[in-house]
Design a protein around this ligand. Structure first.
Ligand code: IMP
Ligand code: MG
Length: 183
C-alpha cells in the first residue's frame, strides 16, 4: 500500500469499475459521433487521464485539443470566476465539440466553456464528464455523457486532485477529513 492510500477514507470507484464504465460510455458516444468528425477538448489538468481513456474507448475519427482554466487554487469550493490560462490552438468554426471534464460540480467551468466555444463558432458542444455532483449545481447545465453521479463529498484520484496531489491514484476516493482540515 502506497503512502497516498493512507490518506483515503474510502474508495468510491475502483480502477476496474472506472474502466468498465468508460468502455460503455465510449460505445454510446461512438454511436452518436461516428461520421461527425468530432473534436475532443480536454479540460486541464483534472481530465487528462479520463481524456486518454475515453478517446480510446470511442474509436471515431477525431482530433484532440486541450484547454486550461483557472482552478480552485487550494480550496475545495469554486470561486465562480473562470479564466482561460491556456487556450485551444485551432479554429473551431463549424466543428462538433465534445468537452471532456473530470467532474461537473457547481457547473461554473462548463457553463463558461460551453458559451465560449459557441461564441467561437462551434456547430455543437456536447459535454462528457466522468463524475457529476448534481447537488452542488449553481449554473443551469447538464452533461450529455456522465460516468458516475457522486454524492457531495470531495473526491480525488484518476486525475482529480487536492492541492495538486493524488491525481495519479488509479481509483477515485474520498480523502480523510483531517487531510484537508475539514474534520
Ligand atoms: P465547477 O466549475 O464547480 O463545476 O468545478 C469543476 C472543477 O472543479 C473540476 O474540473 C475540478 O477540477 C474541480 N472539482 C470540483 N469538485 C471536485 C472534487 O470533489 N475533487 C476534486 N476536484 C473537484
Ligand atoms: Mg478540473
Amino acid at each position: 500500500m502506497g503512502t497516498m492510500d493512507q490518506d483515503i477514507l474510502k474508495v468510491l470507484y475502483t480502477e476496474k469499475q472506472i474502466a468498465a464504465r468508460i468502455e460503455a460510455m465510449g460505445a454510446e458516444m461512438y454511436r452518436d459521433l461516428e461520421g461527425k468528425d468530432p473534436l475532443f477538448i480536454s479540460v486541464l489538468r483534472g481530465a487528462f487521464i479520463f481524456m486518454a481513456d475515453i478517446v480510446r474507448a470511442c474509436p471515431v475519427k477525431s482530433d484532440v485539443e486541450f484547454i486550461a482554466v483557472s482552478s480552485y487554487g487550494n480550496a475545495t469550493s469554486s470561486s465562480g470566476a473562470v479564466q482561460i490560462t491556456h487556450d485551444i490552438q485551432q479554429d473551431i468554426t463549424g466543428r462538433n465539440l465534445v468537452v471532456i471534464e473530470d467532474i461537473l460540480d457547481s457547473g461554473n467551468t462548463l457553463y463558461f466553456l460551453k458559451q465560449y466555444f459557441l461564441t467561437k463558432g462551434a456547430a455543437s458542444v456536447a459535454v462528457c464528464t466522468l463524475l457529476d455532483k448534481p447537488s452542488r449545481r449553481a449554473k443551469a447545465i447538464t452533461a450529455d455523457y456522465v460516468g458516475f453521479q457522486v454524492p457531495d463529498e470531495f473526491v480525488v484520484g484518476y486525475g482529480l486532485d487536492y492541492c495538486q496531489k493524488y491525481r495519479n491514484l488509479p481509483y477515485i476516493g474520498v480523502l480523510k477529513p483531517e487531510v484537508y482540515g475539514g474534520a
